[in-house]
Write a protein that binds this ligand. Structure first.
Ligand SMILES: Cc1ncc(COP(=O)(O)O)c(C=O)c1O
Length: 437
């Protein structure tokens, strides 16, 4: 019996699957049960920022396992404190405390709860093209179609359009226009919803799994100003992009902006042991010096997860990972993927930053009709399935989402592996070209 059949898999219909079984990994590669090595161009779900089996992270976990595997959150822990210190040191200005969670969605839940307890207002604004997690509050804040099947209408979630020049809802022709119009739209939403009813605004600083959308210059600054003007808590969701993915420690760093709360997970320890958290600014921290924070988790600040964070952040400093991610974008992936777009008629757009890119596939470059419709499965999804199969057959793990190929390798990917990966993407894209209108 295939033991994988005993596992209930998230996001998909259950049933037998034809996928490799991975048993090992090394750097940018995962290794299957037959010893076949696959280049990981997904960083799994964009979290192995330092690749697989990084010796520094593995050693940190082992060392902590030998000392003290676990400890309740109420006790002081040296390794938890060290992890908090390293996180605060690289965080945007003014974020001086950390609530640890076991992942991203839990951290979003807590950030929103903190905001509501802080100002007593009910509503939270979030962008349509967004993903914030799959527990109750975070899936309702999620703007993209992953929300639909869960849409029982959590009170208070209000969606707005963020900037997205390729498919502009504002009819813009330039990034400057898109920025100005998206901010004017957001201000209208705030004014019409009633500023005094809005507790928080949650925004991915670069939209990740809902499209890899880098905001135009000035947008995050504008959001910060609107939140300040209307006393709205600005929550930056940096779960997917925090800790170097965009070529900066955090996405907000590209604009020198400090949110009131910043949510992280994934890259904080490359996902070796589940960890997420909320970085908390002083005004909200102050709220909870006067009264208890009415929530907690058994595994908040788990020592093994914190040890992995200490190992990972230390390695990122010593190995220059953030600068390497920036270079990966400007010198390797950006030019390489743009060249692919020129050769493949099914590519409608290439966009990204640092170590996070997407290749958006369309039926027709002029009308930009997606190559597969939203939520496509079976025959309707054949072009994307053909592309993914083409990658796996050539020993590359891709990340395919709807009509998009997300390119998010480990940030310490070697130039040679990057070239290998781009050649495989090129070959696999030929399979998708065949489905053009
Ligand atoms: C931007 C963003 N926020 C929140 C989450 C939820 O994180 P988790 O899957 O760790 O719960 C994700 C997950 O991919 C994400 O990309």
């Amino acid at each position: 019996m295939d033991l994988d059949e005993l596992v209930f898999h998230p996001w998909v219909a259950q049933g037998p699957r034809k996928v490799p079984t991975f048993v090992g990994g090394s750097g940018s590669y995962v290794i299957d049960a037959d010893g076949r090595r696959y280049l990981d161009f997904s960083s799994q779900l964009v979290f192995t920022n330092l690749g697989h089996q990084h010796p520094r992270i593995v050693a940190a976990i082992k060392q902590q396992a030998d000392r003290l595997c676990t400890l309740a959150p109420a006790h002081a822990s040296d390794i938890r404190g060290k992890a908090a210190q390293l996180i605060v040191e690289v965080a945007p200005e003014g974020l001086g405390h950390v609530l640890f969670t076991t992942g991203g969605t839990e951290a979003i839940e807590h950030a929103v709860r903190m905001a509501r307890l802080h100002n007593g207002r009910p509503k939270v604004l979030a962008a349509y093209r967004s993903y914030h997690g799959s527990t109750t509050t975070s899936i309702h804040l999620t703007g993209d179609p992953r929300r639909w099947a869960n849409d029982t209408g959590a009170a208070g979630a209000v969606h707005f359009f963020g900037p997205f020049l390729y498919r502009s809802v504002f009819g813009s022709g330039t990034p400057e226009e898109e920025c100005e119009r998206a901010l004017a739209h957001l201000e209208q939403v705030i004014l019409l919803e009633g500023p005094s009813t809005i507790s928080a605004l949650v925004l991915e600083s670069v939209i990740g799994s809902s499209g890899v959308i880098v905001p135009p210059a000035g947008y995050l600054r504008g959001v910060r100003d609107l939140c300040t003007r209307h006393d709205i808590v600005y929550i930056a969701d940096e779960v997917l992009i925090g800790f170097g993915r965009t070529g900066a420690w955090f996405g907000v760093d590209h604009e020198g902006v400090s949110p009131d709360l910043l949510v992280f997970a994934k890259g904080v320890n490359s996902g070796y042991v589940p960890l997420g958290g909320v970085l908390i600014g002083n005004p909200i921290f102050e709220t909870f010096t006067k009264r208890p924070y009415p929530a907690g988790m058994t595994y908040s600040g788990h020592p093994l997860a914190c040890a992995a964070a200490v190992g990972a952040i230390g390695a990122m400093h010593d190995e220059g990972t953030v600068a390497a991610a920036a270079r990966l974008g400007t010198e390797i992936l950006g030019p390489g993927l743009t060249e692919l777009a020129e050769q493949h008629p099914c590519v409608g757009d290439v966009r990204g930053i640092g170590g996070l890119w997407t290749v958006e596939l369309v039926r027709d470059r002029l009308n930009k009709e997606p190559l597969v419709p939203v939520g496509a499965t079976g025959e309707a999804n054949a072009p994307m399935t053909a592309f993914a199969r083409g990658c796996i057959d050539r020993n590359l793990v891709p990340l395919v989402l709807g009509n998009r190929i997300h390119v998010a390798p480990p940030l310490n990917l070697s130039d040679a592996d990057a070239s290998t990966g781009l050649v495989i993407l090129d070959e696999a894209l030929s399979a998708a070209d065949k489905y053009m209108a």
